[in-house]
Design a protein around this ligand. Sequence first.
Ligand code: ATP
Ligand code: FE
Length: 414
Amino acid sequence: VVVLGIETSCDDTAAAVVRSNGEILSQVVSSQADLLAKYGGVAPKMAEEAHSQVIDQVVQEALDKAYMTEKDLTAVAVTIGPGLSLCLRVGVQKARRIAGGFNLPIVGIHHMEAHALVARLIEKDLQFPFMALLISGASIFTSLPPLSRAFCYCRVYDHREEVSFIILIMEVNKKASGSGGHNLLILARDLGQYIQLGTTIDDAIGEAYDKTAKWLGLDMRRSGGPAIEKLAMEGNAESVKFSIPMKQHKDCNFSYAGLKTQVRLAIESKKIDAKIPISSASNEDRLSRADIAASFQRIAVLHLEEKCERAIQWALKMEPSIRHLVVSGGVASNQYVRAQLNMVVKKNGLQLVCPPPQLCTDNGVMVAWTGIENFRMGRYDPPPPAQDPEDFVYDLRPRWPLGEVYAEGKSEAR
Ligand code: ATP
Ligand code: FE
């Protein structure tokens, strides 16, 4: 079985060809990092245009690098949600064109399931049931002024349905708080059977990394996370006192909005000027920024550690045979995050599985691989008609929870 995977749910256009024995035949990612750095977030309409411009090229390159043509494929897998519908549609249209043209089955993929399952491609011992912590955080639309945000959203929605302007602005403001990313703790019982043990009640950890980086005047070209990770090594993690989020909640949910505010206040009180890039800061100024980066990172990760520990207890009650915790998503490429979580996982008798960084951030390999897992179980759609009718309603699932929410999470909260 050879599957082409296509991913366009957020700001990366990615494609890959993977064989069912786990061999990665090719992988191509075209990132919108420049756009992201310029606007400080993902603007759906701009992201859609960027995807449309490169999608054909990215897919062609993936096929070329695998020394294959469409005729050699067994199926096409494509992310159908969750994500930005305008962006998802670019990938789905492309997948349907190929599947229709070459009579190939099509597998619709859940983006977060793919982030978790890619771990099974790299760790052959990883059997169900296992746990996964998925940590990412692309900010959607954060730096545009409110009216232009609303305007862009009008453009996003106007050809689909009529939505009142007030609702639009509220929706936009909600989005603007950075709900693009995920902070999910799940129990994967079997393929397609997931239990959500915890999620974020506001921001994802990656959003907090990105904002902290921006306020500290760091270089955002490769997103804020790596910049904070690097700067934190120069700082004292005990020097600024931040409180651990949700200490009083006996559940496995996360919250990063409060920590973000604490960081902003600390930065203001130390009179750090984000307009002065860190490269031009005095030694003293640099050190004070590094202290904040290190202190922020310590608490942000401590919050992950505490919730993971509780989630492991919960999950083992349901599935005593669990042996692994997978950590994936962009923030999982952080070495400090990995080291700290490794300690928690070991202490609880489990093993940590972290995909390599290029498989932690958005990629086509995870989509192709999840396509293979589903295809093997007979879960796919028949080839679409060669010529999709103009008004075809694509099966997109922009909001798509992964599995059931664990009941104890509700009853034990507070
Ligand atoms: P989602 O999967 O939830 O739809 P996404 O796929 O857009 O979101 P990812 O690409 O998985 O997000 O992750 C991006 C996030 O990862 C950014 O917030 C970025 O700052 C963060 N990140 C990347 N590298 C690191 C690092 N070394 N340390 C901390 N954070 C990092
Ligand atoms: Fe992702």
